[in-house]
Design a protein around this ligand. Structure first.
Ligand code: BTN
Length: 322
């Protein structure tokens, strides 16, 4: 580990508190000049530092996302062995998919503090102010068709809900296929995009989580909220990212082994839609009926008013406003 990485860990783990320079130098075994060099390296990596002559040094809020802090002791099998954090990109999904041809890119995590052309589901845009929220894509390379698209779609939303709960203590619910809600307002969304690359399928699991900011009511078709509005302590984006990656790693492993029962049960237990009457548009057709179930392989199961029971695949369906 580099000295700058170790320094970052120490400062990050202190949170709001300052670290006295003498104590910091002592902990790292560095004299004052070497410590200043390491602090400069952190500044060069984009970390803002507050130096107080009486108290010492601390990271300035909001903390910048840093690959080292996300990868540190992550304990995942597949996801997050490699993490890249950008200041600004067009879309993290594009960066992930563009990396798919590179050797060893399976499980790559791409994060950005802002996106110039962030995309949402069904051709919508995804807007997020600089450094306020989580904009992340996970690249999964599927060599042997072991990753069922529909299962991955619901697993991504479930992982986000679980990760938020683990990191922040609030209990999000799910709206099919993968909207994550707090008190019936959208706090996170998922956009999965697929590209074929020499006989393999590359999935970009794009995740947007409103941590500190959310779009105004007139800019969206569903009311939105942020974690900051529901969690009483300050939310560290790094901790939410790590918790989501761990859950997604676990569900991806189960999907690859075709073990879908637990995914189904855990998804349904967070979903308030069962038995509700809804309207859905699928392939430009409107269907109205009662939600019977969510299948990890076939999508939403709807008992229609005309007596038919239909399966709605998430990639082609959208729930219409009431
Ligand atoms: C939705 O419409 O609910 C899905 C929103 C997904 C947004 C994320 S942000 C990171 C990734 N990059 C994108 O361009 N979109 C996804």
């Amino acid at each position: 580990m580099t000295q700058a990485d170790r320094l970052l860990e120490l400062l990050y783990d202190r949170g709001e508190d300052h670290f006295a320079l003498g104590e910091l130098g002592g902990t790292m075994g560095l004299d004052r000049a070497k410590l200043q060099d390491a602090l400069e390296v952190l500044r060069g990596r984009g970390h803002a530092l507050e130096l107080d002559p009486a108290y010492g040094v601390r990271l300035t809020r909001p903390f910048k996302l840093d690959a080292h802090l996300i990868e540190r002791d992550l304990q995942t099998q597949r996801i997050g062995r490699s993490v890249i954090c950008f200041d600004e990109v067009d879309s993290t999904n594009d960066v992930a998919l563009d990396s798919a041809a590179q050797e060893g890119s399976d499980g790559l995590v791409v994060l950005a503090d802002s996106q110039r052309r962030g995309r949402g589901r069904m051709g919508r845009t995804w807007i997020s102010p600089h450094r306020a929220n989580i904009l992340m894509s996970v690249l999964l390379i599927d060599a042997g068709c072991e990753l069922a698209h529909e299962a991955l779609t619901i697993a991504a939303g479930l992982s986000v809900a679980e990760g938020i709960e683990l990191a922040c203590g609030v209990e999000p619910t799910l709206k099919w296929p993968n909207d994550v809600l707090l008190d019936d307002e959208k706090v996170a969304g998922v956009l999965i995009e697929l590209r074929s690359i020499s006989e393999k399928r590359a999935f970009a699991v794009g995740i947007g989580i409103n941590v500190n900011a959310f779009p105004a009511r007139d800019g969206v078709d569903f009311p939105a909220t942020s974690l900051a509005d529901h969690v009483h302590a300050s939310v560290r984006r790094t901790e939410v990212v790590r918790a989501v990656l761990r859950r997604l790693d676990r569900w991806t492993e189960q999907i690859a082994e075709n073990r879908l029962e637990e995914l189904h049960a855990d998804w349904v237990s967070r979903c308030g839609m069962l038995n509700q009457r809804i309207a859905v548009e699928c392939d430009s057709r409107r269907c109205v009926g009662r939600v019977v179930d969510v299948s990890p392989l076939d999508g939403l199961i709807l008992s229609c008013d005309d007596g038919r029971t239909i399966h709605l695949p998430s990639q082609r369906s959208t729930i219409l406003p009431e």
